[in-house]
Ligand binder design. Structure first.
Ligand code: ZN
Length: 199
């Protein structure tokens, strides 16, 4: 990533209720200059919104591309950091093409999650604690590595976006009922604003 580069134009976030978030995204077939520029725009949009990850469908492009930056604010990884965190954290912000989780741990982990497409709503989500991630980086390098911690959670959350799954879908029934009203309100708001745009 180039330092001091000019900031790109921010992309428009899509919100819960927008049909693009429910589509299964298409694989990336070629790394073009346009794709690299789009990934940079996604990174800027993610930082502007203070997110740690962003998937292309969240900015209206149904493509298997995610960006993430789960680096700890002070830069130091915990001593028990996973191989994936050790390999990938120094290279963040990172764009992953066609990311897949090819194995998950039996061990689960529960943590509070939010989503730029589901603003101001947070809830505990149970996910596998460790995953084996397979993906291609923008420079063509292929990685296959075990990830834990926030990186594992972020990868699972973002890959869900590529399959049309949003974190409220992952909530236990009791936890979902606590946010159901807010989610329904957001969905109605999004649908109303999409209708207005269409005229
Ligand atoms: Zn999200």
């Amino acid at each position: 990533m180039v330092f001091f580069r000019k900031k790109t134009e921010a992309l428009t976030l899509r919100f819960y209720g927008d049909p693009v978030l429910r589509k299964k995204a298409k694989p990336v077939v070629a790394v073009t200059p346009e794709l690299c520029a789009f990934a940079e725009q996604m990174v800027d949009t993610m930082y502007d919104s203070r997110g740690v990850g962003l998937a292309a469908p969240q900015v209206g492009k149904s493509l298997r591309l995610i960006v993430l930056d789960t680096a700890p604010p002070k830069g130091d990884l915990p001593p028990d950091a996973s191989p994936g965190e050790i390999l990938l954290t120094p290279r963040m912000p990172l764009a992953l093409l066609n990311p897949e989780v090819i194995a998950v741990s039996k061990e689960k982990d529960v943590a509070s999650e939010g989503c730029l497409s589901v603003p101001k709503i947070f809830a505990d989500v149970e996910r596998p604690a460790f995953v084996v991630l397979r993906a291609t980086l923008l420079d063509g390098e292929k990685v296959e590595v075990e990830c834990g911690g926030l990186l594992a959670r972020c990868v699972l959350h973002e890959i869900d976006h590529l399959d049309g799954v949003l974190f409220p879908d992952r909530l236990a029934k009791a936890d979902f009922s606590e946010v159901a009203e807010e989610v329904a309100e957001l969905e109605a708001q999004t649908k109303a604003s999409l209708k207005t745009k269409k005229g």
